[in-house]
Design a protein around this ligand. Structure first.
Ligand SMILES: [Zn+2]
Length: 240
């Protein structure tokens, strides 16, 4: 069974091992802790805080995810930035949602989740004044990257793989990407599997290098404190 699943995964990414990694409750994508997921297999996205043309580009970004993945869906929503309202709001600002510093990041997604991995909220902030504001295609690419975090993907190069050619690589470099790539899509489909168990965040054994194992050390009931929403920052840095 495991071998068959591994073969399927290899075929999906053109004969090479997949690179995708998943956001997890302990913030370590390389662990076997429970991964993060939207229990409804969907989340609404608000672009109301974005001026043109960025609002339209952000809509294109979530629509291209929808056109690529099997079961997860983004939809149009309405909500202010940086509020824990269950709406993925996208904004451009001088500071990310926690009023800290962007560092070298072009954009930051703040995700909030419960101890069981179910996501509560995720908001995206683009740093104002970067070159993205003058490059529609790259802005859309970064919006797609951040929406990958929103749906539950970690960086494809977070656990030792290059992630080359994937949307979810941590550093923006390489050719322009106009849509999620096969490895990104495989990751999203792994978070939201088909069947009655879909949406519970389960990952088939062998489908992910950080797959949940039946006897994994992290597969214990989370302590009470972990049931409180935690915060995770995802950073996308500019390459050379
Ligand atoms: Zn990122």
């Amino acid at each position: 069974m495991i071998q068959r699943l591994l073969l399927t995964a290899a075929l999906l990414v053109g004969g090479t091992a997949h690179a995708y990694e998943l956001l997890r409750v302990n913030t370590d994508p390389c662990s076997n802790a429970q991964n993060l997921f939207w229990s409804a297999k969907s989340v609404s996205v608000s672009v109301l805080a974005l001026p043109a043309p960025y609002n339209g580009l952000a809509v294109e970004a979530w629509q291209r995810w929808n056109a690529s993945v099997s079961r997860f869906r983004f939809s149009a929503g309405n909500g202010p930035p940086c509020t824990r309202d269950g709406v993925a709001a996208i904004a451009i600002a001088d500071q990310p949602c926690d009023q800290s510093d962007f560092g070298d990041a072009l954009a930051i997604t703040r995700s909030t989740w419960n101890g069981d991995g179910s996501l509560v909220d995720a908001d995206v902030t683009f740093r104002s004044g970067t070159f993205l504001m003058d490059d529609d295609d790259r802005f859309r690419q970064v919006a797609m990257h951040e929406l990958g975090h929103v749906l539950g993907l970690a960086h494809s190069d977070a656990c030792g793989k290059s992630g080359a050619g994937t949307l979810m690589q941590a550093v923006l470099s390489g050719p322009l990407l106009l849509a999620p790539q096969p490895d990104d899509i495989a990751g999203a489909n792994a978070i939201y599997p088909s069947g009655s168990g879909g949406g519970d965040g389960s990952v088939p054994p062998g489908a992910n290098s950080c797959a949940i194992t039946p006897s994994g050390g992290d597969a214990v009931a989370p302590p009470l404190a972990a049931l409180l929403p935690l915060l995770l920052w995802r950073r996308l840095r500019r390459g050379n």
